[in-house]
Every structure is written in structure tokens, then in C-alpha cells.
Design a protein around this ligand. Structure first.
Ligand code: ADP
Ligand code: ZN
Length: 734
């Protein structure tokens, strides 16, 4: 164990402080018969209820000892390590999250009260027959997808979308069996001594360096930079091997984990067994099992989404954040946090190494690597003979673009050439649906959402208008809802579905596939489509940003960005960074087939001279990052200065503006701390789900005690009933 402090044991009848999951937070109780250890989870009486609590410290209150109630029996879960409690405390302080909410995040496993008793589970039993009903084969498919997981019969049926009788049928037939199994089985051990692939020279150097850091022990963060396909994964799997060989646990965070079947297979090929998986797509049984095994140290490697960072690992030695720049690491709901930053915090407490892997690092990580706060390892080329695609701009001002067309003649010609050679093309447009705006040609009105300040987006495949803020949908009307005139509603601008329509018209012989998150009802359906594309089952892929993430399409040699200007506008200071990352990632999808010319990426743009477009075309990433950093530094913006967002919302506009004004007028405590308050102003989307939203930004120099100042300032104001206030430390957009 790497923690220096050992948990304190509290003798029976002594006064202890327990952190509950309820808003009251920490309360004093009496230690139960037999005593209790710091870090143990307990049930405690709170009024008439019994709630979950964590034994925190010695009691501090002056409440009469005789009147304290004893805590209930400790749960069978492994006690939290002192380092984990420390992490939760500091994460709560950093993000200004009430500690009870942090505890909820750390106990997000079902049935924590239940002992690991035996229960009935379904396991594979025999070879499936050659012919099967569609429903039965779906059940087997789900089992295969979850490789080795055990399911309760009802859970399996639900995942497959069939009745339990279908599962029973497979049991009766002998293909599956129902057995008694303990609830929480340890995970099969990964074998770190199995050989990895022989590494290229720069890979080997990077792997050696990471292995060395892990062997030494202690905390450190490394930025592992290299274009897609340069072999970063192969390198950090070596770090995982070293960590496992030292008997410590490793965590790999991935964006959009549900799509990573390919990744799990790679781990299995490397270490002989599958890792534990943690994301929204896993079953309750697996969630519970993984949570307990993390605590007991009986899962070596966990692959997960951002919330895996709040698992109670017993001894975490390595955290990898793959695609560290990815926006999905930022949670902006209930608890606002960036998993990348929390990974660094957690590692610094538990003396672990962090690897941040990316082709296009966040400016924060780039600057930290530049200043020596992080180490930096670079992989210089694509693994093997693959090369980066050739990048060119298509100047839309010089192209013949009739209205209602978005694919320029030059791009169309390139697509034509791929079709002739049996290769794939990808047309990228980061906009879901058919058209972003529906306007009435009679009165000029745009159709908006009733509850949000947002336009309704036409989704023609569903034949609905959809609000991308609140999800409300309605049928596409024939008459204008505003003036009532029939037949004058017109879609304006393109979404991926509209590009698909244009593709169908212009390349009628080609097979096209649209990849957009809203078109797939399950992660599995999307996964299947992606697998089919990889196997070459389509000629033209039309996709939103989900295509930018690490899928490997070997026959893809052309990427066309329909609207490269889309992300460049807007007042958001991070727009350039984000746009650069996204276009680089997408362009990186165009590979090269062995023995042929490198792939090509074409950016359609009206501003070929824009700094971002030029940086992408020239491939001079470092110049771009450095220029961005200079701009941020001059403005005192992150990572050189600090920001916090305050988001207020209320159904009544006057209430929210009134309270925002009151906060702004009494913000002396912020000024005293060296911070300035910007706003209040209506949030970028000023009304969502019927709630009016105001936003303020607090800007402070790096060394300011920002969180403390905000906490003290907010404590002076009592929000009106039903007002929601969220603090977003290090907001994504500013
Ligand atoms: P990245 O994570 O940088 O995108 P990967 O590690 O996924 O790159 O490598 C890209 C491809 O090259 C993968 O298919 C991987 O299996 C292969 N590859 C990388 N390094 C090696 C190696 N040393 N030997 C054989 N194949 C490799
Ligand atoms: Zn809405």
C-alpha cells in the first residue's frame, strides 16, 4: 500500500463524524458495537430514514454524547482508502461541490447494502444451433458483446430487447445455462508478462520512459503526443503492463467508451484477459461487481468513461486519459468537473502516473508541458509506412455552388475518383439533422422551440422537428405556425441528412451511410454500423463528430470537410482551439493503403487564409499552439489566468435577473481576492426547458484563492426558491 497514513479505528461508543449523502453533510454519531474504521460505509439514522454515510473523522460537535445515535452496521464494502477520501475532499473543494454530492458520485453502484450472496445468472453452455430465431440470436449477440459478463435472466432479456421467455428457451435448449453464482466475482487476472508488439524506435523510447517513471513510484504527468495511428495506444499499454507488474491498478479513460469494442479486444490480445468496463452501457450487475472489485484491488485494469475516476480503487498506480482534449471529459451536470484535471489531482494524492494522450492536446496541457510541469513524449510518425494525409483547401468563393448544393465540383470530382477505385470517402459536417433552420417564406418567421431560445432542427429521417437543447420533438407542420400560410416553410442550410440527400442525387450508384448519434437507438447499433464500414461495406460516409473518434476505416482515403468555417466564428475564445482539434482529428481518418498514395483531406472554406485553416494545411501544429498560447497569455485567459462560470436559472426572468444583479452588486469579496466579475448576461442559450438562464464569469489571476472567494461571496446571498445556481470552475467556453 502506498499511503502513509493508516485508517483510524474508532472504539465502540466514541463520537464519530459521518459524511452523509444528504444535504446536511457531516453529522456526529456514536461508533457501533465492535467499533468502526475511518473510510467505512455505514447506514445512519437521519430522522425517520436510514441514509448512506462514510465514516469521516473523529466527531467534532458539542452535541451531548448521550443523545447521539449509533451508526448502523458497516456495509460489506471495502473501506475507502485515506488517499481516496482525501481526493474526494479536495475534488469537492476544487469544484465547489457539496461533499454529499461527491460521496454520491463515489458510491454509484447498485445494492451496496446487499451482501455478495449467490444469485441466479445465465452463462453460455453449448454451441448454438445453426438456425435460430432473430430474438434468440439477439440474446447471444448481447452476451458476446459483453464478453464474459454474467447476467441475471431478466437483465439479459432487457438488454436484448426480448421477453425473458426467449432466454428461458435458450436455457431449455442447452445453449445457455442458469447457475448459482456469487454476486461479485474477481476479474480474471491480466498477465503483464505477455509480450507486446515489437516497438518502433520512438515508441520504445517513450515506453521505456513511462515504465521508468512507474518503477520509480511517485506522481508525475506525461503528455504523450503523436498523430492518430502513431502508436500511442501501444505505448501506454506498456505503461499499463509495468503498473500491473508492480501489483498496482491502472485506469484507462476513453471518450465515448461504449464504442470501444476494438479497444477491449486489443487489451485482451495484449494481456490475455478483458479489463473491467465502467460506463453507462454496463449492466447493474457489472456496475456493482466492478465497484467492489476496484475497492478490493481485484480488478487490475479498468477501462471507463470519466466517472470511473470516482471508483474507490484500492491502489491506483496509473491513469491514462486517451484523447485528453476531448470535450466529453468535462461534465456539466450536477457536479461540474473535468476528468483530465481530476485525474491529475487523484494521481498526485495516490502517487500515481498520469498519461495524457492526444494528437491535438488541449492548450492547457500544451502549456503545462512547455513549462515543465508535465513531461512530454512525442511520437513522430505514423506507425509503419502510413503517412499523414495531404491537406488542401477548396476555396468556395471560386467554386460553382448553385443554391441547395454543398458539395463543390472539386470535392465531387475527388469523390468520383475514389468511387472508381473502390475506395471510401468521408464527408464531414458537424451538424445533426437535415437543416438547422426552418423558415416561413411568407412571414420570415423561423420555427423555434416553445421552451428554449433555440431553433427547431428538421430531422427528415424521423420526419420531425427536434430541439437540440431539450429534446422536444414535433411533427413537421405544412403551414407556418406563426402566419398560417400553407406550403411556404423551407429548410435553410445543411445538416448531415441533407448532405446525404445530395450524395444520393449526385452519386446514385454509390452506397452511402450516415453516421450521426441521433440515428442510432443503441450503442450496439452504432457499433455494428461502424464495424460494417470498417469492412468496406459502404462507399461514402456522411458523418458528424462521432466519426472523428479513433475508428479505423482502412479503405478510407478521402476526407471532405463540408463547412470548415463552422467552428471559426463566435466570440468563444476556445473556438479556434476546438475547431483545430476537430478538423485535425477528422482529417486524420484519411489513411493510406499500402503501396498507394497517401490519403487526402479537403477543407471547403470561404476563408482559406484564416489562421486555423492555414495551420491545418501547413501541418505546423506547434506554431499554431504557440500563437494561441501567446494570445491567451496576453488576455490573461486560461491557462494563464483563471475563470469560473456562474450559471443561474429560474422559470421567471425577473427573478433570475434580480438575483444575478444582487450578486453582482455585492461582489466586494471577489474584488478583494483580486478577481473581477463579468456579467451578468443572458447565457448563450438564454432559455432552456422553460428556465431563463443568466451567466457570469469570474476572472482571476492564477495565484488567486478563487474557490474560497466564490464560496464566501455566495454564502452571503440567499437564492430565491427554485433558483438553480451552478458554479463551473474552468468552464469549457469563455
Ligand atoms: P494511436 O493510439 O496513436 O492512434 P495505435 O497504437 O492505435 O495508435 O496504433 C495504430 C495502429 O498501428 C494500430 O492498428 C496498431 O495495432 C498498429 N501498431 C502500432 N504500433 C505497432 C507496433 N509496434 N507493431 C505493430 N503494430 C503496431
Ligand atoms: Zn427546447
Amino acid at each position: 500500500m502506498n499511503y502513509e497514513s493508516t485508517p483510524i479505528h474508532f472504539p465502540p461508543g466514541s463520537r464519530i463524524a459521518v459524511l452523509t449523502t444528504e444535504p446536511v453533510g457531516v453529522l456526529d454519531y456514536l461508533a457501533p458495537e465492535g467499533g468502526v474504521r475511518q473510510g467505512q460505509l455505514v447506514r445512519v439514522p437521519l430522522g425517520p430514514r436510514r441514509v448512506l454515510g462514510l465514516v469521516w473523522s473523529e466527531g467534532t460537535g458539542d452535541f451531548d454524547l448521550a443523545k447521539l445515535r449509533p451508526v448502523g452496521k458497516a456495509l460489506e464494502a471495502e473501506p475507502f482508502q485515506p488517499g481516496f477520501i482525501d481526493f474526494l475532499t479536495r475534488a469537492a473543494d476544487y469544484t465547489l461541490t457539496p461533499p454529499p454530492l461527491m460521496l454520491r458520485m463515489a458510491t454509484r453502484a447498485p445494492d451496496l447494502d446487499q451482501p455478495p450472496a449467490a444469485r441466479r445468472v445465465i452463462v453460455p453452455a453449448g454451441d448454438p444451433p445453426d438456425r435460430m430465431t432473430e430474438a434468440r440470436s439477439r440474446v447471444l449477440q448481447v452476451m458476446a458483446d459483453h464478453g464474459g459478463a454474467s447476467f441475471a435472466p431478466s437483465e439479459l432479456a432487457q438488454l436484448a430487447g426480448v421477453g425473458t421467455s426467449v432466454v428461458k428457451g435458450l436455457v431449455a435448449q442447452g445453449t445457455l445455462a442458469e447457475i448459482e453464482a456469487p454476486r461479485d466475482l474477481p476479474y480474471p487476472r491480466l498477465d503483464p508478462s505477455l509480450p507486446g508488439k515489437p516497438l518502433a524506435e520512438d515508441q520504445q523510447a517513450a515506453a521505456d520512459s513511462l515504465r521508468g517513471a512507474i518503477r520509480e513510484g511517485g506522481y508525475g504527468t506525461t503528455l504523450l503526443r503523436g498523430v492518430t495511428g502513431s502508436g500511442k495506444t501501444e505505448v501506454y499499454l506498456e505503461a499499463v503492463a509495468e503498473c500491473l507488474a508492480r501489483g498496482r491498478q491502472a485506469l484507462v479513460l476513453l471518450p465515448e467508451i461504449a464504442l470501444s469494442a476494438e479497444f477491449l479486444e486489443r487489451v485482451e490480445a495484449r494481456f490475455g484477459a478483458r479489463p473491467g468496463e465502467w460506463h453507462s452501457g454496463i449492466t447493474r450487475t457489472e456496475r456493482r461487481r466492478l465497484w467492489h472489485m476496484a475497492g478490493r484491488g481485484e480488478v487490475g485494469l479498468v477501462v471507463g468513461a470519466r466517472s470511473a475516476l470516482f471508483l474507490p480503487f484500492r491502489d491506483l498506480g496509473l491513469i491514462v486519459v486517451d484523447e485528453e482534449h476531448d470535450g466529453s471529459y468535462k461534465q456539466e451536470d450536477v457536479v461540474y468537473y473535468n476528468a483530465r484535471d481530476m485525474a491529475v489531482l487523484r494521481a498526485s494524492i495516490c502517487k500515481a502516473q498520469v498519461v495524457l494522450a492526444s494528437a491535438t492536446p488541449s492548450l492547457e496541457s500544451w502549456v503545462n508541458a512547455g513549462s515543465g510541469k508535465y513531461r512530454r513524449l512525442d511520437l513522430r510518425s505514423r506507425y509503419g509506412e502510413a503517412e499523414l494525409p495531404d491537406m488542401t483547401a477548396i476555396d468556395l468563393r471560386a467554386e460553382d455552388m448553385p443554391s441547395g448544393r454543398w458539395i463543390s465540383p472539386t470535392l465531387a470530382g475527388a469523390v468520383e475518383a475514389r468511387l472508381a477505385q473502390g475506395q471510401q470517402s468521408l464527408l464531414f459536417l458537424n451538424r445533426r439533422g437535415f437543416a438547422p433552420v426552418t423558415v416561413c417564406r411568407a412571414c420570415g418567421e423561423q420555427i423555434g422551440c416553445h421552451q428554449c431560445d433555440a431553433r427547431m432542427v428538421e430531422h427528415r429521417f424521423q420526419n420531425r422537428l427536434v430541439c437540440h437543447q431539450c429534446g422536444e420533438t414535433r411533427a413537421i407542420p405544412t403551414a407556418c405556425p406563426s402566419c398560417g400560410v400553407e406550403g411556404k416553410l423551407a429548410p435553410i442550410g445543411p445538416g448531415v441528412e441533407r448532405i446525404a440527400e445530395e450524395v444520393a442525387e449526385r452519386f446514385p450508384e454509390a452506397k452511402a451511410t450516415v453516421l450521426s448519434s441521433d440515428l442510432f437507438h443503441s450503442a450496439r447499433a452504432l457499433k455494428e454500423t461502424i464495424a460494417a464500414i470498417s469492412e468496406g461495406d459502404t462507399d461514402i460516409i456522411i458523418g458528424t463528430q462521432i466519426v472523428a473518434k479513433g475508428h479505423n476505416f482502412p479503405r478510407l482515403t478521402l476526407v471532405g470537410v463540408i463547412d470548415s468555417d463552422l467552428g471559426l466564428q463566435g466570440a468563444d475564445l476556445r473556438a479556434a482551439e476546438r475547431s483545430f482539434q476537430l478538423m485535425r482529428q477528422v482529417a486524420g481518418r484519411a489513411g493510406r493503403q499500402s503501396g498507394q498514395a497517401p490519403g487526402v483531406a479537403m477543407l471547403q472554406t470561404h476563408q482559406p487564409d484564416h489562421a486555423v485553416i492555414r495551420a491545418i494545411l501547413s501541418g505546423e501544429d506547434e506554431t499554431f499552439w504557440d500563437a494561441e498560447a501567446v494570445g491567451r497569455q496576453a488576455a490573461g485567459m486560461p491557462p494563464f489566468g483563471r475563470l469560473a462560470g456562474i450559471i443561474l436559472s429560474h422559470p421567471d426572468l425577473a427573478t433570475v435577473t434580480g438575483f444575478a444583479r444582487q450578486l453582482a452588486e455585492n461582489s466586494g469579496l471577489l474584488r478583494d481576492a483580486g478577481a473581477e466579475l463579468w456579467g451578468p448576461a443572458p447565457a448563450p442559450i438564454a432559455r432552456v426547458r422553460g428556465r431563463h438562464r443568466m451567466r457570469m464569469l469570474i476572472h482571476a489571476p492564477r495565484q488567486a484563492q478563487l474557490q474560497a472567494a466564490i464560496a464566501d461571496w455566495l454564502a452571503l446571498h440567499k437564492p430565491p426558491t427554485n433558483l438553480r445556481l451552478a458554479v463551473d470552475i474552468d468552464p469549457q467556453s469563455f
